[in-house]
Design a protein around this ligand. Sequence first.
Ligand code: ACO
Ligand code: ZN
Length: 223
Amino acid sequence: KKTKDQLIIDAGQKHFGATVCKSCGMIYTASNPEDEMQHVQHHHRFLEGIKYVGWKKERVVAEFWDGKIVLVLPHDPSFAIKKVEDVQELVDNELGFQQVVPKCPNKIKTFLFISDEKRVVGCLIAEPIKQAFRVLSEPAGPGSPTSTECSRAWQCSNVPEPAVCGISRIWVFRLKRRKRIARRLVDTLRNCFMFGCFLSTDEIAFSDPTPDGKLFATKYCNT
Ligand code: ACO
Ligand code: ZN
């Protein structure tokens, strides 16, 4: 199987036929059947979302008027794990992330937000951590950069602080954004991560956030 790395390197060399799909953003080699197949799959999922039929004994950890949140654990039946893998693949393709290999695969908790139309419209992947580096707040004042300026690097403290739970991925289907789905996923995570306690925002950390992720995290942690 071709790695994402190779796809990106090939993209710089026009004669390999690298194409960027204008709808789904994926870079692929049109002349390579395997690539093309991967693209068709990603393209479809990107536009349509991922279907969710459900299974017996699914772990519903929250219910809302517009959907529900299901928790999937590493030793769940293979069809549950397969669903999580499909979602993760879509998210990784969209974010252009290298697949991350978790330190403790059997401690991963995955939360899926399922819409009323039976689609996976949100996903949060969390793992236990021991420490995190706090993002330093920006100096406010006239002339200081606004929070909409996304390209700047975050400044992080170099003093590690204890933390409990790391959010390695959070993602909401593009047509369902700004409907508080991410917020509800994090609320549910704080409630379910450790039995019998509600984690404070100091105890959770977002790893490597994207610009969207930062805007959300900043807002979430201050309200
Ligand atoms: N721009 C500005 N503010 C934002 C944004 C944004 N793009 N997204 C969220 N917020 C703030 C808003 O204040 C919002 O409240 P409001 O809508 O009442 O103003 C508040 O956060 C809560 O937002 P939600 O509706 O709960 O967030 P949403 O469900 O839209 O999901 C997410 C946010 C997950 C970042 C989504 O935009 C997304 O999937 N983006 C693409 C994937 C991505 O970049 N994920 C983060 C990767 S980093 C990581 O995984 C650790
Ligand atoms: Zn496409």
